[in-house]
Write a protein that binds this ligand. Structure first.
Ligand SMILES: Cc1cc2nc3c(=O)[nH]c(=O)nc-3n(C[C@H](O)[C@H](O)[C@H](O)COP(=O)(O)OP(=O)(O)OC[C@H]3O[C@@H](n4cnc5c(N)ncnc54)[C@H](O)[C@@H]3O)c2cc1C
Length: 399
């Protein structure tokens, strides 16, 4: 086997597709079924379609996203519409299966219900162990999401209570006419510690479904006795803005998962080994967006694997290209995301001001909207503000 990949999420199937397209053998081991609903808001930024050349006509999505709706801790609201489709709302079962089929069509082999772990001999990753079978491969790419068991086995895991978030959400059935009327095609974000301490809540519309959830840092719950489920139930029942929107929606099923904000693992490559997607920490701190970053890192890992196979060089000297290229493509967002969060979104005061100014100042609102959907890199967002001190003044004073 040339390449073995652990995990069939967006990172793993993207990497597999790239390797298979170049005629090398690649197998993806997925611990669950290929058709599975990963807990996720399911907002896929428009750049995913643009950069990976996916056709919107391939119906892997439920609803286009044409606006952002923000609600502040004190229930001020800002609606930031766009005249174009900025993102797509997907159900992950459909979206991930679509990506898996694309990888299969390219020639990758995908094995479901097959939990895998890295096979290490003399300190080197030389393949994977699946059940009791040892499978050797020139290159292993770990794409097993967060908290990655591969990262933990290889001592690359950096998660702790301060940099990992817990989430809880419901997929709720809701009549499409009512979704159109009350939510439309907006991605809705609700700030406010009184609903979920230090975190935020969301409503994402789909086709006959709304995804309603909340998330916060693990550490936040050290000082509270409330559970995430209680936070979400209270949000749905009592939030002055949200409760009206979802009052006729019915819970289909709950979902819970972690989001790892621990930053990028170090290293993300070793001899014969790379780690991509959530498993490597490629997630946006300000928004929690991870699908795009997973796909980018998975694709780059696949490309570097192909080059290594062509040169028959699987050393870390060769695979360091993976780190260089991910730094180049998505490193700035990973670096500046924490700054953006710290400078503009960390406190309720900041969140109140972001919503207030977004509603009043068109330029600011457009910037915030485009930053949320990934159309403006975080460093550009901050730079655009630095160039306009009066906007910073407005933001700072909340006027
Ligand atoms: C509640 C919530 C809401 C989110 N909302 C959004 C959003 O709206 N937009 C967005 O862009 N991102 C969102 N994210 C983040 C997004 O879900 C992730 O960034 C993305 O799924 C990461 O893709 P991945 O391929 O790295 O990992 P995953 O999608 O987690 O895939 C990893 C795969 O590996 C498999 N696996 C794990 N261990 C093993 C093993 N030992 N052997 C074999 N297989 C294994 C898993 O079963 C899984 O299928 C959200 C996350 C959460 C928790």
């Amino acid at each position: 086997m040339d390449v073995v990949i652990i995990g069939a999420g967006p990172a793993g199937t993207m990497a597999a597709r790239v390797v298979a397209e170049q005629g090398f053998t690649v197998t993806v081991y997925e611990k669950g079924p290929l058709k599975r609903e990963k807990p996720c808001g399911g907002a896929v930024s428009g750049r995913v379609l643009r950069e990976f050349d996916f056709k919107a006509s391939n119906q892997f999505w439920d609803r286009p996203c044409t606006g952002i709706f923000l609600c502040s801790p004190r229930n001020k609201t800002a609606t930031l519409p766009s005249d174009r489709t900025m993102a797509y709302f997907v159900m992950r079962e459909k979206f991930d299966y679509y990506l898996a089929r694309e990888a299969q069509s390219a020639g990758a082999s995908l094995v479901e219900n097959a939990p895998a772990e890295p096979l290490v001999k003399n300190g080197k990753v030389v393949g994977v162990r699946v059940n009791d079978e040892e499978i050797r491969a020139a290159i292993v790419i770990a794409c097993d999401g967060t908290p990655s068991s591969c990262a933990r086995a290889l001592n690359l895991y950096r998660g702790n209570d301060s940099n990992q978030a817990a989430t809880y959400q419901y997929q709720m059935s809701m009549d499409n006419t009512e979704i159109d009327e009350k939510i439309g095609n907006n991605l809705e974000i609700y700030f406010g510690s009184s609903w979920v301490p230090y975190g935020y809540s969301w409503i994402f519309p789909k086709d006959g479904i709304v995804t309603v959830g909340c998330g916060t840092w693990f550490r936040a719950f050290k000082h509270y006795t409330i559970t995430m489920k209680q936070c979400l139930d209270r949000f749905i029942k009592d939030h002055p803005v949200a409760r009206e929107k979802v009052k006729n929606a019915h819970v289909l099923y709950p979902q819970s998962a972690m989001i790892g904000f621990s930053g990028i693992s170090s290293p993300i490559y070793r001899d014969g080994f790379m780690i991509a997607g959530d498993a490597a920490g490629f997630v946006s701190l300000p928004t929690g967006e991870g699908i795009y970053y997973s796909m980018v890192s998975g694709k780059i890992a696949g490309e570097v694997a192909v080059e290594a196979l062509r040169k028959e060089d699987f050393s870390k000297g060769m695979l360091k290209k993976y780190k260089e290229r991910t730094d180049q493509r998505i490193g700035a967002d990973m670096k500046w995301g924490p700054w953006l969060r710290r400078l503009a979104l960390d406190t309720e005061r900041d969140q109140e001001h972001v919503v207030k100014i977004s509603a009043k100042d068109r330029w600011f609102g457009t910037m915030v909207r485009d930053m949320i959907v990934g159309d403006i890199p975080y460093n550009m967002f901050l730079w655009n503000l630095v160039k306009r001190p009066h906007k910073i003044g407005k933001f700072w004073l909340g006027i």
